[in-house]
Design a protein around this ligand. Structure first.
Ligand code: SF4
Length: 371
């Protein structure tokens, strides 16, 4: 890791802050210091782009304008407001934290990083972001954008996500963090990573710290940061039943714990090796719901990517034959008309099935809340 002299460190901070003052994007959560709004925005921004988050943030605050309103809302309505944003444990933790803040802390957010870290869903990054942006605490943030900028400026030739390197970056940031300006400094660094120091195409001629940047000086700005090799993502094949009983469809609700917890879906499950998709569907429906169906036709296949695996969904239109659904592999189930699907929160992959199957009946457009 390259060392910057005291003068260079000072110049780095000054150039960065000056650039941010002139160039920051006018984002809705930057117009407030309200910890509730900042917390919601920071949780939404985890692993998600600003352009995706902005309409969700505005809609969410309209629906749940205060921490008390969020605490009192049923979890299902919070999940519905989160539908399509992904990583649903964030919404569940948001709801739990709102209840803790509202009932145990008299509606006041803790104003130190250590106390924020005690709340569900608030980790190292989010606690630092809320503490610095809402309460001006002198703590640095270290997210993907900041790691990339520092890996380049400081010419770090190892993966900046390695714990040892993270520690060094944290120590560097604490050293240069300007007193009582953590809110601007942290956001400036993140903004530089989001707007100029892009992963594949850094715009170095427009960068306020170009002259101080080790990667730029040596021409390796597109090579750094180094990434450790990730194991290949598994690919699951899943058979799904779009099951009719008269004019209604069967949907089931996932357990609250785990991936996509609390969301609704069409029932089904992973295919075992050597099993046909149809055999898989019959087995899953028997094991998870204890029902029997006859399979009518296969619907278009749906591909979907999650952060740690990929799935191919094979939906089959089926007719219910016998068995009252049992809550074996789900916590609830319902027979609903296609028009009622919009009242439930579904994962994005299931929404792709609606689009393929019900677009004409439901007159869905690409802007529909179901998509
Ligand atoms: S000079 Fe280029 S590589 Fe260096 S920090 Fe600026 S944008 Fe990133």
């Amino acid at each position: 890791m390259r060392k910057l002299s005291s003068d260079q460190q000072r110049a780095f901070v000054q150039h960065l802050l000056r650039w941010y003052k002139k160039n920051q994007r006018p984002l809705p959560w930057r117009e407030t210091r309200d910890p509730y709004s900042i917390w919601v925005s920071e949780v939404m921004l985890q692993q998600t782009r600003v352009s995706t988050v902005t309409p969700y943030f505005e809609g969410f605050l309209e629906r749940f304008p205060t921490v008390e309103a969020l605490a009192k809302a049923p979890l299902d309505s919070v999940l519905k407001a989160w539908e399509g944003l992904g990583y649903y444990s964030r919404a569940r933790n948001l709801h739990r934290t709102a209840q803790i803040v509202s009932t145990q802390l008299n509606g006041r957010f803790p104003d130190t990083r250590a106390a924020l870290l005690e709340l569900p869903g608030i980790g190292k990054y989010t606690s630092a972001a809320i503490a610095s942006i809402a309460f001006d605490c002198d703590v640095p943030v270290l997210d993907g954008n900041v790691r990339r900028v520092l890996a380049r400026v400081l010419y770090i030739k190892r993966d900046p996500k390695l714990p040892k390197i993270e520690k060094e970056l944290d120590a560097f940031l604490r050293k240069i963090l300007p007193n009582k300006k953590a809110a601007s400094f942290n956001q400036a660094l993140m903004e530089l990573g989001a707007m100029i120091c892009l992963p594949k195409t850094p715009n170095c001629p427009k960068c306020p710290v170009e002259k101080l940047c080790g990667a730029r000086r040596t021409g390796v700005e597109r090579i750094l940061p180094v990434k450790s090799k990730r194991p290949a993502r598994p690919h699951h094949h899943v058979a799904i039943g779009v099951i009719w009983k008269d004019s209604k469809l069967l949907i089931t609700q996932r357990h609250h714990e785990g991936l996509l917890g609390g969301l609704w879906e069409f029932p089904g499950g992973k295919r075992h090796p050597e099993e046909s998709l149809e055999e898989c569907l019959h087995r899953e429906l028997k094991e998870e719901l204890n029902i029997e169906v006859s399979i009518k036709q296969q619907l278009p296949t749906v591909q979907h990517e999650y952060s740690h695996f990929r799935v191919t969904l094979y939906p089959f239109e089926c007719k219910w034959l016998r068995g009252r659904p049992q809550e074996i592999g789900c916590i609830d189930w319902a027979w609903v008309k296609p028009q009622e699907l919009k009242n439930y929160a579904f994962p994005r992959a299931n929404q792709k099935i609606f689009r393929a199957r019900f677009e004409r009946e439901l007159n869905l457009s690409s802007n529909s809340s179901l998509l």
